[in-house]
Write a protein that binds this ligand. Structure first.
Ligand SMILES: Cc1cc2nc3c(=O)[nH]c(=O)nc-3n(C[C@H](O)[C@H](O)[C@H](O)COP(=O)(O)OP(=O)(O)OC[C@H]3O[C@@H](n4cnc5c(N)ncnc54)[C@H](O)[C@@H]3O)c2cc1C
Length: 300
């Protein structure tokens, strides 16, 4: 079946794009594998009208609202292959089924690569966190740590004292430069150089970290800056240009969320560095508008 638009990714960005297209009475297929980036967290914070709600509840409510529009089709599947044809695009799903559309919106998100430290993955989204605006208030005035994995980790450690007393773990590798050291000192951040080798406490709670030198330090939450990867390879298969962000690659788009390939739009974490659910949704709205305009006025 041929659709006006296929949206790949049915989370904050993808559903926001699909909603605009549905309201513009276009036929839309949303293909979603059901693995949004924040699925490890129990609550989404800072998202207007939904503060503290479970991520999956927000997504499934949005999906129900989308289903009320007659031109929307939503499927739980993974698109594994994509190609451009003369009159649009063909996507192949993992089960071999093929779907066609005149336009594509890539809202496929990113995947986080955590350091291989025992106990880190098990606490991701609960007491091992990436963003204090999303998950800082809940740990106010507790013992907070920043686990360095990137030169930008020093900046993260300079910010975290807004929420509580902070320790910066250099992991023996990310020593602050003189300016960074002065900033950390001004914010009363303790610096620990012996690497963390294990997280302790009944998961997903965190009680302490064990250092390589044998010392144990009490800790309630640990902030990290994981390297990220685009989820899947559809953007690359379609020839979309990709830029390097501070923590990983993202699809290059213009202000209207058009990629360098005509007919392909991208939004959300996949198409911007350092983003959250609100910004992903807003980007999806713009991508939806743009895909619609390109269908309505192809020569504009
Ligand atoms: C642990 C954690 C907690 C967070 N907490 C918050 C918070 O409290 N507040 C906040 O504002 N932000 C939070 N964020 C950030 C937020 O999760 C992201 O900014 C947001 O999910 C991005 O939305 P998205 O639609 O771009 O991508 P995602 O939400 O990651 O969704 C992408 C979707 O595309 C699907 N997909 C990917 N490839 C394919 C394919 N080939 N075929 C089919 N489907 C595919 C995926 O399965 C997924 O469902 C958190 C992030 C993390 C890691």
């Amino acid at each position: 079946m041929t659709h006006d638009v296929i949206v790949v990714g049915g989370s904050f960005a993808g559903q926001s794009a699909a909603m605009q297209l549905a309201r513009a009475r276009r036929t839309v297929l949303v293909i979603d594998a059901g693995r949004p980036r924040n699925r490890f967290a129990d609550a989404t914070h800072g998202f207007l009208g939904h503060d503290g709600r479970k991520p999956s509840d927000i997504i499934s409510q949005a999906s129900q609202q989308l289903a009320a529009y007659p031109t929307i089709r939503q499927i739980r599947a993974e698109a594994v292959q994509a190609e451009k044809n003369e009159d649009g695009f063909t996507l192949t799903l993992a089960d071999g089924q093929q779907e066609r559309a005149a336009r594509i919106v890539l809202a496929t998100g990113i995947s986080d690569e955590l350091l291989p430290i025992p106990g880190l993955q098990q606490r991701w989204g609960k007491t091992v966190l990436h963003c204090p605006y999303c998950h800082g208030f809940e740990f106010a005035d507790r013992q907070l740590g920043v686990l360095a994995s990137h030169p930008l980790s020093v900046h993260q450690a300079t910010l975290i004292p807004e929420w509580g007393p902070t320790t910066y773990f250099t992991q023996g590798a990310f020593e602050p430069d003189p300016q960074g050291a002065a900033d950390l000192a001004a914010r009363k951040v303790r610096i620990v150089r012996s690497p963390i080798i294990e997280l302790l406490g009944p998961e997903p709670e965190l009680e302490a970290v064990r250092l390589e030198n044998g010392e144990t330090i009490r800790m309630d939450a640990l902030y990290v800056a994981p390297r990220s990867h685009l989820t899947g390879s559809l953007a690359q298969q379609l020839g979309c240009a990709v830029d390097d962000g501070p923590l990983g690659p993202f699809i290059r788009v213009d202000a209207l969320h058009q990629t360098n390939i005509a007919g392909i739009f991208a939004a959300g974490d996949a198409a911007a560095p350092m983003i959250n659910a609100t910004l992903a949704s807003a980007a999806g709205v713009i991508a939806g508008f743009s895909a619609h305009r390109s269908l309505a006025m192809p020569d504009a």
